[in-house]
Write a protein that binds this ligand. Sequence first.
Ligand code: SF4
Length: 352
Amino acid sequence: MNRYPTRKINIGNVEIGGDAPISVQSMTFSKTKDIKETLEQINRLYFAGADIVRVAVLDEEDAKALKKIKEKSPLPIVADIHFNYRLGIMAAEVVDALRINPGNIGGKERVREIVKVCKERKIPIRIGVNLGSLESHLENKYGKTPKAMVESALWHIKFLEDLDFFDIKVSLKASDVIRTVEAYRMLRPLVDYPFHLGVTEAGTKFHATIKSAAAFGALLLDGIGDTIRVSITGELEEEIKVGRAILQDLGLRKGVNIISCPTCGRIEVDLPPIVEAVEEATKDIEIPLTLSIMGCVVNAIGEAKEADLAIACGRGHGLILKKGEIIGKYKEDELLPKFLEEIEKIKEQNGC
Ligand code: SF4
């Protein structure tokens, strides 16, 4: 698929836009002034595979905590600020990017002061339009529609461009898939800034996963989107796991693709525990690897031909195939260890 040609920006050491890999980010839910807890959550996100983390800055204590958090964070930090330009300046002096909406920070002169620091430190600003907090004049004119979101984004973008600032990223989040997708599609041809994709307030793990996969799938397959966040109520690692999986399943991030059958009356082995164990054992592999684990030979041989490594089960036993070639026949209880052994060999061959 062809990605929309966006300009490239940097958040710390992470490139966003242009030909940069699509990054995955999340947000801590600690009080940022609680440095220990915030760093703990940042580390959890880091080990889950996040590329960037955002923290909320509500008051001066939060803003003062940013320096220590930044010093110890393994991830680039984005500070999320509303209304208070002083907090914007304090944060801009320390972090790797800001998320503000320039139109709600108290006038052009105040935004100019924030922008001055961002320019000096070469850090970008994300304009984060959210359907739940649209400017009232736009909501009155267009209602809660994608058109209103796009007008809002253009208004905020112009605010920064008028200050000669172009280090911009944009998000347009609604809490439903359709308005989110429509808004991003509508804005995409009008600007070349990179887009941060998100369905906001997407709900619990179950629904947030589905909404995000549906929205990001539609957009990313259209070549729209440069960084993503899956918003899940009360989850940290899961946001990253789902985000990375969406990218992998769209072929936009290297990783393991597991093909496994849903099972049916033909099955003669206990397949689900084998698939779950393989998924767990391979979740951190970052080389392209296709694994096929099938319950019987009906489709297994065909799938195995396209897989790096495959299992084709029979009655209480199974074949293991490498690139479509049978390398052995094993009893049911030997299948998983042997399969994992073969995966280890592939990892070693690829230097990981
Ligand atoms: S691979 Fe075999 S066991 Fe699995 S769903 Fe297909 S027919 Fe059923």
